[in-house]
Each structure stands twice: as structure tokens, then as C-alpha cells.
Write a protein that binds this ligand. Structure first.
Ligand code: SAH
Length: 229
């Protein structure tokens, strides 16, 4: 599963050029029986299987150093752009991917694993969640994104969802590009984009909007009813 999609496009080019590296460790390599078993039935009964504390701990210890140890887990703290940025500025990370019902709680406690969720839904394994974490972090590494500015203007970077985008053709199915964007007036364009971003955020993510502080001179656009386009 690794590098998988991370071996392609932006992340893949950065991987090939050595901007980042990936060391995939197979937890089965730390099993002790000839079937390379990593899971067993849950204590207390119930459906599914649980990854064994002793095997997973050996795998974690094998790679542990000063890097944060993240466990992909739907019970974790939801991943945010702020945490992504911290990770990108840090020494790297160890990402532990669960399977089955998850892993024995004693490994989470004893190895001080930071549980990270990628959303309120259940995946069949932590690998796709790890792809998400890695993709989000790698694109912030110096030199990975061609246009450095675009990283700062993305959704979430300033506490807002991003404004809508347009490109050619000038007219699509009777819909023109908003006139302000072709006016050449950069101050007006910036003001329009901020206004759109604030309206979108107020309509779709009241939680983000409540926490948002507008820049110095700015006053918050009064949350209007959803108004798109
Ligand atoms: N029984 C668990 C779900 C296990 S899903 C529960 O109900 O909480 C199997 C594995 O997929 C997990 O161990 C975790 O590593 C990964 N996973 C599933 N959903 C995830 C999510 N939303 N975020 C991060 N990892 C997730």
C-alpha cells in the first residue's frame, strides 16, 4: 500500500528527489508463529479481531526515536491543517495503521500513541488515513509545491474556506466569470475573494466562522444566508 498514490504526482516527485522518504514496516515481520499472526480474539468477547499488544509494541519500538508516534484511529483527534503544519515542521512521524477492530489499548497507553482521525467514518484499515496525513504534510515541505504562495491561500490557512475559482472559457453554458475577476483591479479582487470566503464559511462551517478573526482593518462580513455563485 506504500508508497501507493504517494509515489505519483507532487508527492511522488518529492519522494523520488529525496525531499521526503518513507520506510514501510510490515507488522507481520514481528510475529513469532509460522503463520505470522498479528491478531487475536477480543478479551470479553464480541465480533472481530484485535491486534496483539506484544507484536505491535515490537514493531513500534523497532522504529521509535524522537519522532511523534501517530496511531490512525477514528477515536482520535480530528486532523487539522494546524497539526499538519506542525508535523511538516517537525522531524517526521511514525504512523501506525490499524486493521481489524483496532489495536490492544495497552500499546496505545504504554507507547504514548497520539490517536489521529481523518473523519467521522470507519475505514477498513489505517493505510488510507496515513496516505491522507502524509499527502497533507508532504505538500507543505519546502520545495514541494511549485507556487509557494498557493499554500498560504488555501482553505483553512487563514481560518476560512477558500473563495471560488474560475478560469477559461470566459463564458461557460451561459455563465460568465464574475466581472470583478477580469477587472484587473487587484485590491477589488482581493476584497471580493475575502467576502466570498467569509460568506461560504459562514454558510457551510459556522464552527470555523465563529472562531475566525478577520485581518487588521477587516470587519467580519455579516453572515448572510447561503449565497453561492
Ligand atoms: N473498531 C474501530 C474501527 C476499526 S477500523 C472503532 O470502531 O473505532 C480499522 C482501522 O482503520 C483502525 O484501527 C484505524 O487504524 C483505521 N481507521 C478507520 N477509520 C479511521 C478514521 N476515521 N481515521 C483514522 N483511521 C481510521
Amino acid at each position: 500500500m506504500f508508497p501507493g498514490p504517494l509515489g505519483l504526482a507532487l508527492a511522488g516527485r518529492a519522494l523520488a528527489s529525496g525531499t521526503w522518504s518513507l520506510d514501510a514496516v510490515n507488522i507481520r515481520d514481528f510475529a513469532t508463529d509460522r503463520h505470522r499472526t498479528v491478531d487475536d480474539t477480543p478479551a470479553g468477547g464480541g465480533a472481530g479481531m484485535v491486534m496483539r499488544a506484544d507484536i505491535v509494541a515490537k514493531a513500534v519500538d523497532h522504529v521509535s526515536d524522537d519522532r511523534p508516534r501517530l496511531l490512525m484511529s477514528p477515536r482520535g483527534r480530528p486532523l487539522t491543517q494546524a497539526r499538519v503544519r506542525e508535523l511538516a515542521e517537525g522531524p517526521g512521524a511514525i504512523l501506525l495503521c490499524g486493521r481489524f477492530e483496532g489495536i490492544d489499548q495497552r500499546v496505545i497507553d504504554s507507547r504514548a500513541l497520539e490517536e489521529v482521525s481523518v473523519g467521522d467514518y470507519i475505514l477498513s484499515g489505517g493505510e488510507a488515513a496515513a496516505h491522507i496525513v502524509l499527502d497533507a504534510v508532504v505538500r507543505l515541505l519546502p520545495g514541494v509545491m511549485g507556487n509557494v504562495l498557493s499554500g498560504d491561500e488555501e482553505s483553512f490557512e487563514n481560518g476560512l474556506l477558500e473563495h471560488p475559482h474560475y478560469t477559461r472559457p470566459a463564458e461557460f453554458e451561459g455563465m460568465p466569470i464574475p466581472a470583478v475577476l477580469t477587472s484587473g483591479d487587484h485590491a477589488k479582487i482581493a476584497a471580493w475573494r475575502r467576502c466570498k470566503a467569509e460568506q461560504l464559511t459562514a454558510a457551510r462551517r459556522p464552527d470555523l466562522y465563529a472562531a475566525y478573526t478577520p485581518p487588521k482593518t477587516g470587519k467580519k462580513t455579516k453572515p448572510k444566508p447561503p449565497q453561492e455563485g
